[in-house]
Design a protein around this ligand. Structure first.
Ligand code: NAD
Length: 346
């Protein structure tokens, strides 16, 4: 398999599932900073190395490419690596979350924004360090900001990847490719689904049929999976979402239906991608791994808590502590058994 965005979150979970659940050899592409003499690298840099080590111990081939997945150079390097080491791949997972994209054709740098569209949006939010619940107000995105967000997080780069891989002849007959989207509840619509990032996700979803048309001649298929809201490096920086996540975690944990990235990816593989009787897609043809998050009883309970939440009851009504811990762990902190006071050799 090939995972584009493999060092963290959903991409890393997909790679672990394919490798240790299905025995897949893999190539991962990510953009992480290695450590140098004065400071340690980004968490994903170490995740990549840890994954490769564990996969090799299990007798699986695993290769990492660190660099800008949006560039032509990295796409070419991946094609060469597949040809040399794996010959072909039969699964391509596209799991990039990035604030910026350098267009390889024009050299222009685009930045994404997370803003509402049309009118200002006011809501509750929580400061993830202090735990203070307050009101925020976000001005709407300009037309330019919306189009730039679509450029970064829309489907253009996914399409470029598949075209490049197809032209290089490194896709196996019957290849599957999957990219991840999010819908979420009404409370986050103005900032997510109806906002600038939602426009990018719409574009990503509309790219799936275009990729299907490309892959038809080799019997391939492209899919969109709508995943559950989870703490990752990417989602934690979206305004309002950390508060929603803290409440969602509390409700889903109480009901015994909480899932992390790895559980979501296991369901994707087992019930959808490689099932003899795949789960039914929604009316737009998407796989819905957010089915438990969107269950009416879950959303009902989250809404009740949402209306009551304030700084004073954050600890008792929400799982803010769980949110904070997971956020820190995504960055390599708050891991049990690690002495963070000890000197390290970066
Ligand atoms: P993440 O931040 O955990 O991981 C992003 C990955 O992208 C990392 O491996 C990073 O190295 C890589 N990356 C970023 N820029 C890159 C570049 N220029 N070149 C190469 N690699 C690059 O993010 P995540 O939350 O796992 O998000 C992955 C996808 O899942 C996104 O499309 C996101 O919208 C979607 N999604 C996330 C959630 C959620 O709640 N986290 C829910 C539904 C869908």
């Amino acid at each position: 398999m090939l995972v584009i965005g493999s060092s963290n979150g959903y991409g890393l979970a997909a790679r672990i599932t394919a490798a240790f659940g299905c025995g897949a050899h893999s190539i991962g592409v990510s953009y992480e900073r290695p450590g140098d003499e004065s400071r340690t690298g980004t968490a994903g840099w170490y995740n990549e190395r840890a994954f490769v080590g564990k996969a090799q111990d299990a007798g699986l081939a695993a290769y990492s490419i660190n660099g800008d997945a949006f560039s032509n150079e990295i796409k070419e390097r991946v094609c060469t690596l597949i040809r040399e080491k794996l010959e072909t791949v039969d699964l391509v997972v596209y799991s990039i979350a990035s604030p910026r994209r350098l267009d390889p054709k024009t050299g222009e740098l685009y930045s994404s924004v997370i803003k509402p569209i049309g009118k200002r949006y006011s809501s509750k939010t929580v400061d993830f360090q202090s735990g203070i619940v307050s009101d925020i107000s976000i001005e709407p995105a300009t037309e330019e900001e919306i189009s730039h967000t679509v450029k970064v997080m829309g489907g253009e780069d996914w399409l470029l990847w598949i075209r490049t891989l197809l032209d290089a002849g490194v896709l196996e007959r019957g290849v599957k490719t999957v990219a991840f989207s999010y819908l979420g509840p009404a409370v986050t619509y103005p900032i997510y689904r109806d906002g600038s990032i939602g426009k990018a996700k719409e574009d990503l979803e509309q790219t799936a049929p275009r990729i299907n048309a490309l892959l038809e001649r080799i019997g391939g298929v492209s899919l969109i999976s709508v995943n559950k809201a989870l703490v990752t490096r990417a989602s934690a920086v979206i305004p309002v979402v950390p508060l929603y996540l803290s409440l969602l975690y509390r409700v889903m944990k109480n009901k015994g239906i909480h899932e992390g990235c790895i559980h979501q990816m296991l369901r994707l593989f087992q019930d959808h991608l490689y099932s003899a009787k795949p789960g039914l897609p929604d009316e737009a043809g998407r796989i819905r791994l957010d089915d438990l998050e969107m269950r009416p009883d879950v959303q009902h309970d989250v809404t009740l808590l949402w209306n009551r939440i304030e700084t004073e009851n954050l600890g008792s009504l929400s799982d803010f502590e769980g949110f904070q811990r997971e956020f820190l762990q995504h960055h390599g902190f708050a891991m049990p058994g690690i002495n963070y006071e000890a000197d390290v050799e970066p």
